[in-house]
Structures are given as structure tokens and as C-alpha cells.
Ligand binder design. Sequence first.
Ligand code: FAD
Length: 519
Amino acid sequence: MVKKKTIRTIPQARAFMPVQTPEARVGNFDEVARGFDLENALVECDRCLECPQAACVPGCPVGIDIPGFIRKMIDSDYRGAYDIITEANLLPAICGRVCPQEDQCEGVCPVGDTLEPVAIGRLERWVGDRAIEEGWRKRPYIEPNGFRVGIIGSGPAGMACAADLAKAGCSVTVFEALHEPGGVLRYGIPEFRLPNEVVDAEIGNLIKLGIEIKCNTLVGRLFTIEQMLDEMGFDAVFIGTGAGSPKFMNIPGETLNGVLSANELLTRCNLMVADRFPNYDTPLHIGRRVAVIGAGNTAMDAMRVSLRLGAQEVHCIYRRTETECPARVEELHHAQEEGVDFHWLTTPVEILDDGDGNLRAMRCLRMELGEPDDSGRRHPVPIDNSEFEFETDMVVYAIGTNANPILGQTSNLKLNKWGYIDADDDLATSIAGVYAGGDIVTGAATVILAMGAGRRAARSIKEYLGVRDSDVVYRPQKNGHEGSLFGIDLAERNFARVRLALSKEDSGRNDQGRRPEGG
Ligand code: FAD
């Protein structure tokens, strides 16, 4: 009999995660955290108490069966672990790296009451990376059901929606404004946190479901949503356009040379490879003394990219204190280790000109914390006569984003007062057959929440079109593992619900020796 694990019997410390030293990593864009090796992954699995009522499952926004995948790993069934994760999450190598696990699954892990919680995100990443290495992507042929769905935006929301609809047999076309798919995963999050090859591999897996992606296609300019439904033959549309329009403070001096948004800085570097200029066409001038305004994840990314691009000093200017700082703790620590200078309780009120159209400094105020505001955080209040000049030759705004207004301006979509798309609980918008989810509905959030919204919208679209999962016709591949279609486990599936359309050479048998209905 297997002995029940207790907090005393499990390994007390988290397994070792190799990390590049701060001195080494500021000189390169390679990934900071290198990932568990198998031995360490298994030590970490051993720390899971395998609770019968696991709090981590509801703690995960998409409800991954976490103890289930960890059990498979302990049993050396790594492929089985991947299949369990991908029932709920299509992008494990990505989410294992960037999800704020400390506030989600790991935040409610009972091991965390006494020790450090089980490193669930790192284990998810290990499984996702193993899947990429092993090329686990055989999948069955899915019979088309005749419906066409258009998806606007190829970020996590759009791709998750596209994948679920493609699995249901819909013909799916994704329209993406940029020249590469992935949304923020591609243009926002830097390679030292999320390598592009991981994004390529996992998005590539989704594309192999038969999804067509049309890049360089700005919907609302080339055609409208109404045209997609009336003239282009789409039966339904999903909008996952994110919230990528940067906010500024509207203080004097914002049009000076040397002032830009974090989104521009990150897009130039991550998507347009400005770090390798002139080998690539996009230049990016980095200041000597860079000031980044804001202290969220985007600010951390902008500061750490600036250091890697050669800034001699990087400063974070934030109007509250470290306690209110919205970045993930890990990102804040990494930025501190890499030498970013933090100026808490400070806000700029003007950007100053050198007389030649370039910025030379910011005029700033010192702040103190007053009463809590709508966000529940104490509101920063300027201190009288606290003005000072802060010398800088580059200012980067990372104080949040808004919805891009183009779709709202070019269609009859109902928007809320902040310009985000109004969608009901089923993610239906004011236009029949048009659904929306992810940051364009909620405002800036997280990758996993955007994916969850994309999948929820896919369910609503299937209902709207009258597509039932039980009607989906799959044709299993001849050789190899069949339980691999991101949640469609052909081996386990109830054959009364799934008709298997066997090819001629397969007829008379199925992948598990059972005689399929309709075979
Ligand atoms: P997006 O990822 O923004 O994708 C929207 C896509 O739609 C884009 O590709 C855009 O080009 C396209 N698009 C927009 N308008 C049109 C149009 N009219 N026609 C065609 N295409 C259009 N979250 C985490 O969980 N962990 C992190 O570590 C993390 N770090 C982040 C770092 C940065 C720098 C940023 C900016 C965000 C970060 N986030 C993080 C947040 C997370 O990335 C987003 O919440 C998530 O990507 C939202 O997904 P989405 O699909 O709604 O939108």
C-alpha cells in the first residue's frame, strides 16, 4: 500500500531551478529560469500531498487536474500528464512560464501553509517543454461541419477560441493585424521570460488543427465585422483584440524625442528584432539613463529589456510604494537583482526639453499615501513643495493600456464607458453571432484568463451554431498515440457519443480494439 504523504514526509525545500546569474543575464536575451531537469521535476512532484479535495484545481482559472497530472508524472507517464493538462490548457509551456501561479493554484496549495507551495507552474512548464521536445502532436482528422467562424486577433483568447472551434469541425480563419501571430505572447513578453521558439511551437500546435491565420490584416480598416457576416460568409465571429493601446499621462513634453510607450519599446525589440539592428531593419535608440513610469509586469519587462539593450542606468518611477506594486513578485525581484533603481512615491508632472526637441529631464513630485481609492489601494497624494528634477534621456510609459478603438468605431458594437466591448455572461456582444473575450472585454488581465474566455466563447458559438460535440466526426490516425487532441481523448471517450469515421485501412478495428459506432 502507498504510504500517505504528510507535510513532514515530503521534501521540505522546493527542487532546484537553475537560473542565470544577474550579472550574466543582463548581457543576453536568453531565458532567465532554465527549467527543471527530470530528476528535480520528480522531487517537486513528491512534494504534492495529492489532497483528495485539491484546492489547486479550483485555484487554477481553467481548472487543470493538477494532482492528476502530477500523479502521472510520478508514474513516469509524462505523455499522460500532458494529455491531462491539455484537456484544460492548450498552452502549457507558455502558461507554466508566465501565469501568476502564486496568486492562483500555488496560492491555495496547503503545502504553502508551512513550506513553500508545490511549484506547480514549473511542473506544468516541464511537461509542456517535454511535449515540444518529443513532438507530441499526432491528432486525428476532424470531419468539417460546414460552419465558418472568423476570429479577430491571434492572442491567447483568439487562439484558444479558434482551437476549440476547429476541434468541433468548424472552418476557422484568424485575422491578425501584426505580421506574426501570438498577441502579447509574441510582441509583449520578452524572450528572456518566454522564448519565441516556445510561442512558435505551442501556437504551431494549434495551427495544425487546420486553423488558417491571415496576418497583416487589420479588421475595421480592410473590412468590418458586418462585412465578415454579410459578405465574407462567416457564420459567427469572435473578437479577441486585446487592450494594446498604451496610456499616457497627458503632461507637457510627451511629444519630445525620447518619450515612448513600453508597448512600442517591447514590440520593436520582441517582434521586430531591433536588438539585432542593423541585421534586422528596425532601429531602437536606447537612452543612457532610462526612466520607466509604472511598476507592473509591463514596466518590469521594459526596464529589463532596456538594460539588455545597453542602458547604463534604468530607473523605475512609481507613485505608490513597493507594497502596492502590481508586478509579479518574481519579476520585481529579478529587476532588482539586475540593478534597476526604484523610486517609490514619485510621479512626473512635466517632461523637459533640451531646447532641441529632445527630452533632458522630468519634473517630478514626491508623494505620500492617503486613503484607499476604488482599487482598494491607498491613494497617492502629492507632498507640497516636493518638486525636483530627474535627469533622463529616455522616458518609457508603462502605466496601463486601453482598448484599441478601431473595431468600435467601424461597427455597431456596443462598448462600455471605457471603450471595452460590452459582452454578456456567454460573451455575446450586441451584434448577433458576434462574441468577444479576453482583454478587449475585461481590460488588461492575464494569459490564462484570456484563454479561459476564448474557450467560453467557443462554447457559446457552438451553441449559437447548433454544433454539438457529440456530432463531431473524428478519424483516428493509424499509428501512435491517439489521445492527443488537446482534450479529445479518443482512447477514453464514450463511443456512444463520438462517431469514429474510420478510414478504409482502419476499418474493422479501432485504436483500442473496441468496435466503434459508425465504423
Ligand atoms: P492580446 O494578447 O493583446 O492579443 C490581441 C491580438 O489582436 C494582437 O495580436 C493584436 O495585434 C490583434 N488585433 C488587435 N486589433 C486588431 C484588429 N482590428 N484586427 C486584427 N487583429 C487585431 N499575463 C500573464 O498572465 N503573465 C505575464 O507574465 C504577463 N506579462 C505581460 C507583459 C506585457 C508586456 C504585457 C503587455 C502583458 C502581459 N500579460 C501577462 C498580460 C497578457 O499577456 C494579456 O492579458 C493577454 O495576452 C491578453 O490576451 P488577448 O488574447 O485578450 O489579447
